[in-house]
Ligand binder design. Sequence first.
Ligand SMILES: *[C@@H]1O[C@H](CO)[C@@H](O)[C@H](O)[C@H]1NC(C)=O
Length: 105
Amino acid sequence: CKKPSTVTIQDFVFSGLRSAGNTSNLIKAAVTPAFVSSFPGLNGLGISAARLDLDLGGVVPLHTHPSANELLLVTQGSILSGFISSSNSVYYKTLSQGDIMVFPQ
Ligand SMILES: *[C@@H]1O[C@H](CO)[C@@H](O)[C@H](O)[C@H]1NC(C)=O
């Protein structure tokens, strides 16, 4: 926690998601985080954000969400997105610009 007297508007604003991440890598994807370490206003709120850039053929490797839900909003293009539930059911769909999908914890 910051001392209240040192808090400024900059603690509640994060502009680091304006630019695309570098997708010149093996997975053709880049995740730019807006986590509490760079966005102090999130402290204690239980939320964070990230920007995901995917090149053509890009992929986010299979991963788990042990302690957080995720809400994905497609702002450009389309992606095939999905998850495997804890009971091994598979849910996936092609998402287009403006679609949102939730990934349970
Ligand atoms: C993106 O990453 C690649 C591979 O690391 C690097 O060669 C390239 O310079 C980077 N591009 C930018 C714009 O940072």
